[in-house]
Design a protein around this ligand. Structure first.
Ligand SMILES: [Zn+2]
Length: 418
């Protein structure tokens, strides 16, 4: 890893990384709040079933994003929560007549296995919601005390009206929001209010000042991320379908509690993975589990496939697309292997190789600095591999090592070398 330095900072500033921030709806230069360090939180899975390729798309995107931030020399603190306290976990456990904690642990393990198999290596800490319950209770109590939340016979609710910026992330007006009934419950003051705590006396439940129950999903993530990162941090990622109400609610809770804004400086969202015209999801029955996809394709092929579409764009899942990714990757690897396996002889390219490497590296960075444009970055690597293939053995040993190392570093950002 490259270390952060004055030179590094100057270099990064001369070729700034721009990201599309969902909060401002603009491409902005990414500047960490502290030197060369970035704190990033990404919404993790609800562990009640196997994860599918739609999840793979999001987690691979943020894995690649982290690898690229490190390639630039940043230190990244990457935190992901595991939603093991949720209605869906309880319901599935009841259906299967299983203990909800056992069920959640089993699917958490399966999730971590799938991530390892995909080469998702960059998450530093996975934090279970169930381990941050006292922190959630503290936050809910704080919101009641500050007048942002109220208790009813069914639970504690956040009063959306008290936070006028609600709707900023999803770009909705108060009128639009009032038409969206988030959770049907007759005890709420307003239909748009969302739950912070639900009262339950059975299933997964904890004691609280409002009786036994479970935290709401939104407060789980706010509590987990703030426990680790403090009142504000740099990047929050997740699938675009989480923008409303989940991320909107996270902002409302955190900013009401701390009085500090913005809670998160950059919000990054991945596009949906569709099958035909509908999104891939368990409820629609059109999902392909990661472990099943990995029986047919290698992790490198799947990573190449997902990187071939920009992470924010919606993507249509197709076998043809996957086969095309496989062919392109195989050609790239063949070119690269023919270069690495050739016996060096020298002649022809001496003195030009560092310029060649610098040229491809600069092109690669230019595309990746444009909101992580991986489709274009892939074509740079394909061109680079083809150029290496043409050089063959007409380089000396030092140049060969140099080029090979440079190529590997870029390819590893995308995780496409197996
Ligand atoms: Zn979340």
């Amino acid at each position: 890893m490259v270390t952060w330095s004055v030179e590094r900072e100057a270099e990064v500033k001369s070729m700034p990384l721009k990201v599309r921030n969902s909060l401002t709806r603009r491409k902005e230069i990414l500047t960490p709040s502290s030197g060369g360090e970035l704190k990033m939180f990404v919404c993790g899975p609800t562990v009640y079933d196997y994860v599918h390729l739609g999840h793979a798309r999001t987690y691979l995107a943020f894995d690649t994003i982290t690898r690229y931030l490190k390639f630039l020399g940043y230190k990244v603190h990457y935190l992901m929560n595991i939603t093991d306290v949720a209605e869906r976990v309880v319901q599935r456990a009841e259906q299967l007549k299983r203990d909800p904690v056992d069920l959640a642990r089993e699917y958490e393990e399966a999730f971590l296995d799938d991530m390892r198999a995909l080469g998702v290596t960059e998450v530093d800490i996975f934090e279970r919601a169930s381990e941050a319950i006292p922190r959630m209770i503290e936050q809910v109590a704080g919101l009641i005390e500050k007048g942002f939340a109220y208790e009813t016979q069914t639970g504690v609710y956040f009063e959306v009206e008290k936070y006028p910026k609600f709707g900023q992330l999803s770009g909705q007006s108060h009128e639009e929001l009032s038409l969206r009934r988030l959770e049907l419950c007759s005890s709420k003051r307003n239909p748009e209010d969302f739950s912070l705590w639900r009262k339950y006396d059975k299933g997964l439940a904890w004691d609280s000042p409002w009786g036994r129950g479970r935290p709401g999903w939104h407060i789980e993530d706010t509590a987990v991320s703030m426990a680790m990162f403090g009142d504000t941090y740099d990047i929050h990622g997740g699938a675009s379908e989480l923008i409303f109400p989940h991320h909107e609610a996270e902002i409302a809770q955190a900013e009401s509690l701390t009085g500090k804004a913005p809670f998160v400086r950059y919000w990054l969202h991945t596009g949906l993975l569709n099958v035909g015209v509908r999104k891939m999801s368990k409820s629609l029955g059109n999902m392909i589990r990661i472990r099943d996809a990995l029986k047919e394709y290698t992790a490198a092929e799947l990573r190449f496939y997902f990187a071939s579409v920009h992470y924010r764009e919606p993507m249509a899942y197709s076998h043809t697309g996957l086969k095309r990714a496989r062919r392109r990757l195989s050609r790239l690897q063949k070119n690269f292997n023919s270069f690495t396996q050739a016996q060096v002889r020298g002649g022809g390219y001496e003195g030009k190789t560092s310029a060649t490497l610098a040229r491809y590296e600069s092109k690669f960075k230019r595309f990746m600095n444009d909101d992580f444009n991986t489709p274009r970055a892939l074509t740079v690597l394909e061109e680079f591999a083809a150029a290496l293939g043409r050089m063959g053995r007409r380089v000396d040993q030092d140049s060969k090592m140099n080029l090979e190392d440079g190529f590997r570093k870029m390819a590893n950002v995308l995780g496409i070398l197996s």
